[in-house]
Design a protein around this ligand. Sequence first.
Ligand code: IMP
Length: 439
Amino acid sequence: MSNVVVLGTQWGDEGKGKIVDALAQKRRVAAVVRYQGGNNAGHTVVVGGRKHAFHLLPSGMLYADKTCVIGSGVVLNPQVLCQEIQHLEAAVGDAHARLLISEKAQLIMPWHVLRDRIAGGVLGTTIRGIGPTYADAVDRRGIRWVDTRDKARFAQRVVEELAWNQYLIQAMLEFGRVPREQRAELQVTETLAEEKVIEGYWRWITEIREKPFVESGDVAVFLSRLQARGKGILFEGAQATLLDIVHGTYPFVTSSYPTLGGLYTGTGFRPRNLHVLGVAKAYTTRVGTGPFPTELSDDIGVQLRERGHEFGTTTGRPRRCGWLDLPILRYAAMVNGLDSLAVTKLDVLTGLDPLQIAVAYEMGGKRTETFPVHTQDLAQAQVVYETIPGWQEDITAATRFRELPKAARSYISRIEESTGVPVTMISVGPGRSQLIKRG
Ligand code: IMP
């Protein structure tokens, strides 16, 4: 297989960054491409005991021989990108990848963040301005990276959008009856000051554009040339299947397409010989609001959170934790046509005995094997669990499947059996070497 896409099968935070990092090591991979989302994502890669967290930069940035791509479906905050580039340079000097930014990428502007701060609370968004930026893109009033080629054009677009957003935000504050103290905290007037927005953004934009390793251009053209030269491309999904704006647990979703379809719209390119690799955590987590059938509100939930360090990379929020849900994985396998699975954080389950796995749901007295993705149905669904033995042995040093305890191997087999998808990678700790590869 010459091209691979890595995407999330649950509600995000499955550990995709580590899997992308492992695959990016291969020499034939010439590019690592992000195709959707923005700095709502958080990808952690641990190298030599040192943790690198990326929100916007693709996880392949630590490889000097690659080109990393910010695709057309990504929403880009120039301040965040600038800061991430500075951190990267401070950590590894110039031993990092090149960066290609799609000129079609939409910019996250201060009014988007304000609108998310005012209205995103109900959904528990990451308040990074993601939803409002995609909304403006669909409404055809977005500012794109191409609009930052010259300052006059950029300034003109900012002035136009500011005029509209001043109105809109005032209306949102009135309609939402936002109290006085909260309005003061939002600092609307200061945040939307014309000169400040234009000059502040222009500094970050210039700094990014002037970096010798950064290029701006047409991602589809770049990728098709790579393909014609027989190079491998790795696509990195952000968020996950159940957060997809269409196929996720709407409205408790993000505003982009983390499922396979997002790759095509987010790059404008169809890769040949594409292997679709889904990443599943050995249990389930969710941040933000919305139904979560296998959620554990007892001690086991707390244990999973603590052992698994289940606190958001982006917001620091504690993640809700629960048992593995096989109907979810089957749904993700269907929506994305998964070819294989990587199971992460298997080590976090060590010592929990017995383990529970959701195998089906009961709705209106009837058993169903299908994940009820609609919020109304999900809220009524009763989970049918299967109890299986756990294991006590430390598995963090295992490098081969056969070194895992029998119960851990059975756990993996149960996932394969239920989804019909082979598990080809198993992560047993945060380090780069703590990864079992099979097949
Ligand atoms: P938004 O993407 O900031 O608009 O947030 C919408 C929903 O998606 C919220 O429930 C967030 O917690 C969730 N979300 C967004 N990005 C991530 C992620 O990278 N991991 C997990 N949840 C996420």
